[in-house]
Design a protein. Structure first.
Lengths: 466, 238
């Protein structure tokens, strides 16, 4: 079996050669940047908003236990059944248990990265249940049997033509490259599913501790239908989604929309507090909330990187990341891609298996600058590298640094090393680009700079002697 | 003022002209410059790769020597950030933590030093050509020095400054990243070079020679005529 790192390298090699794909992503995210900047300008003080959001999340995560207790007690008071899942497997079993008990025939689902994280659809389908994704982008990637390409824009890597081809093949529709027609094709297929589904499954964007409510924000109204029509509703969300107060939403909803999609506010905003209450005419008869840990408390125990739990899954760090923009979402091989994925995946799935993602960064810091809740993303990548090397480094790399430090801290030896390098430099052209070339990783695409005949230190020494 | 100029290892060996130019500019402004022979590297390669004990083996002698200085000027945003931002982290919890903090407070990247510390924007330079400026990520985001190099270039006689769309986008160098993930590093560099070429500039100028090594390496391979220069080289010309 291929290791995760070799899978990543192979995929990166392949996709960086695909100029069409790279162009598509650069163009899409370039447009996003323009929209985002327009919306940022509408804030009286965007940086102050980021700071306020970071502080609210800091409070939420540092008192997670109290906020969760408050959230759960309020939800339960309205008749919601709350389940705690330490692992992905537990969460799957809880949801499967509900689905089996209800003897469900079909399940409609709105977008939830936590469900991707625990491979919920796989588990449901293997147990014989039909699950249909109702978010348009998610529906498209589901038809393609693919993972979402991006936390927020799951099908951003596809052109209208590719989506039309897919719909022709899977839904038997007529070819079109009109986005509205394509949406209508999906809508016709999906509306039937809403009506027949016995169970709705959603994720959650925020969980308000103060009032015991789950906030779901979306652009298509599909999550609202998923929550409104089926008799049983299940919400799966990570425990870090808690925010302390209802009024915090006034900050978080526009911030999420701006940072994530360059919108002033997302089109549909719903709050779920429990099943249908006496006297109410609609809503699910049963409401289940599954709270997922799956490694989050382990991250909470890390004082350096705890702030990674502030993440509101807006995808802003992916959008600005020059690595993401060149290798795309599928290359990572993880549920959460881009900078936030590279930071948290080693915590959620093992440092040694996933440390390469922390190394696959130039540490440029564009992610940290973009993060609306001020997670210190690129410095966390550096900490992951340190932890990985301290736990189990590569002996050859360590030896190379030991030799380097031995040489550069001894001026006479360093001087000789530079001289020797300068003497042997002309020989490089004989091996350049071949398997013998020690600088092959560089020289395959780039010319190498030449060692100067007189280094700066030599110049300085001579000048002082004069 | 007595200035201790730190010329990073790769600048020393590959781009001595950058160090010489920095000395010229500082001396022209009436300052005394010293360049300690025994300080060669800041230790960033090992630090960024996660090998912190190995990084400390390089950084500690540098720290011991540089802490004695009145002001430390670094001819690279990246190595400047290493001294200013990352030494306090690298030496956190060691007997050298205090020294690292002291050094941090008096360390400056070259262009930031001229503008923010000395209050100089016009160094009396003359340079004819159309120039686009590349923000090295460390100078831009770790040191927050977006304006100083632009303020300096704006005062250079004969120089026309044109901004590229992707001025703040990483060039893809990233130290050992460039060798560990050459395909990603190259793709990033291609985006950078394309944006620079779009401006029609004759020169790409930066305050980081490491970025310029990446950019020049790609441009030269592509046979592009656009040249790269460190900002000190521009400011030294009269």
């Amino acid at each position: 079996m291929k290791t995760f790192v070799s899978q990543f390298l192979d995929a990166a090699k392949k996709i960086t050669r695909d100029l069409r794909h790279r162009g598509l992503i650069q163009t899409a995210l370039g447009k996003y940047e323009v929209q985002r900047d327009r919306r940022k300008a509408a804030f009286q003080d965007y940086q102050a908003a980021r700071q306020a959001a970071a502080e609210a999340k800091y409070e939420a995560i540092n008192h997670l236990d109290e906020h969760l207790e408050s959230l759960v007690s309020k939800l339960e008071a309205r008749g919601t059944k709350v389940h705690w899942a330490s692992t992905g497997e537990q969460a799957r079993d809880i949801i499967l248990g509900i689905v089996r008990e209800k003897k469900a025939r079909s399940i409609i689902k709105s977008k939830a990265m936590t469900a991707e994280e625990i491979h919920l659809n796989d588990a449901l389908e293997k147990s014989g249940f039909e699950v249909v994704e109702s978010d348009l982008g998610e529906y498209i990637v589901q038809l393609r049997k693919e993972a979402p390409y991006h936390i927020v824009f799951p099908a951003m890597h596809l052109t209208r033509g590719e989506i039309s081809d897919l719909f022709q093949k899977e839904l038997g529709s007529a070819p079109t490259d009109n986005p509205e027609e394509l949406t209508m094709i999906a809508r016709r297929a999906l509306r039937q599913k809403y009506v027949t589904a016995d169970i709705g499954i959603t994720g959650g964007n925020f969980a308000v501790a103060e009032t015991g409510m789950i906030s779901i924000t979306e652009n298509e109204g599909n999550a609202r239908l998923t929550g409104a029509l089926p008799k049983t509703l299940i919400t799966l969300l990570g425990i870090e989604k808690v925010i302390p107060r209802l009024e915090d939403l006034a900050l978080f909803l526009p911030l999420l929309a701006t940072a994530g999609a360059g919108q002033a506010i997302t089109c549909y905003n719903s709050m779920y507090g429990g099943p249908r209450q006496p006297g109410e005419c609609d809503g699910p008869e049963e409401y289940h909330v599954v709270l997922l840990d799956h490694g989050r408390t382990q991250l909470l125990a890390d004082p350096e990187q705890r702030d990674a739990l502030h993440c509101i899954r807006c995808g802003a760090c992916l959008n600005v990341c020059p690595i993401y923009r060149n290798v795309g979402g599928h290359t990572y091989g993880t549920t959460y891609s881009g900078p936030i994925g590279s930071v948290i995946t080693p915590h959620l799935r093992g440092l040694q298996d996933w440390k390469h993602l922390s190394s696959a960064s130039s540490l440029c810091g564009a992610c940290t600058e973009a993060c609306p809740v001020k997670i210190d993303l690129h410095h966390h990548l550096l900490q992951n590298r340190r932890n990985a090397a301290a736990e189990k480094g590569w002996w050859l790399e360590r030896l190379a640094y030991k030799i380097f430090s031995f040489v550069v801290t001894r001026p006479a030896l360093y001087r000789i090393a530079k001289k020797v390098g300068f003497m042997f430099q002309p020989l490089h052209r004989f091996v350049k680009g071949t398997a013998l070339d020690p600088a092959r990783a560089w020289t395959a695409t780039r010319d190498v700079p030449q060692l100067a005949p007189q280094s700066f230190k030599e110049y300085w020494k001579r000048r002082r002697k004069k | 003022m007595r200035i201790t100029l730190f010329v990073p290892c790769f600048v020393d060996a590959l781009y001595p002209r950058v160090g010489i130019s920095a000395v010229q500019v500082l001396e022209r402004l009436g300052h005394t410059v010293e360049c300690p022979e025994e300080v060669a590297c800041c230790g960033q390669p090992a630090f960024n790769s996660g090998y912190w004990p190995e990084a400390r083996a390089v950084a500690q002698p540098a720290l011991e020597r540089l802490r004695l200085a009145e002001a430390v000027v670094v001819a690279s945003g990246s190595c400047g950030a290493m001294l200013k931002v990352f030494y306090p982290q690298l030496f956190h919890g060691t007997p050298w933590e205090e020294a690292a903090r002291e050094l941090s407070a008096k360390t400056w990247e070259f262009s930031d030093f001229l503008v923010s510390k000395l209050g100089v924007t016009d160094v009396g330079a003359r340079f004819s050509g159309k120039v686009t400026f590349h923000d090295g990520c460390h100078g831009l985001r770790e040191l927050g020095a977006k304006q100083p190099p632009r303020q300096l270039l704006a005062k250079v006689k004969g120089l026309e400054l044109v901004e590229m769309a992707a001025a703040e986008t990483c060039c893809g160098f990233g130290g050992t990243f460039a060798a560990k993930f050459p395909m990603i590093s190259t793709a990033m560099g291609e985006v950078k070079c394309a944006s620079a070429k779009d401006t029609g500039a004759d020169y790409i100028v930066s305050n980081d020679s490491s970025c310029l090594m990446q950019i020049a390496g790609l441009l030269s391979r592509q046979g592009e005529p656009i040249k790269t220069l460190h900002i000190a080289e521009v400011l030294a010309q009269q």
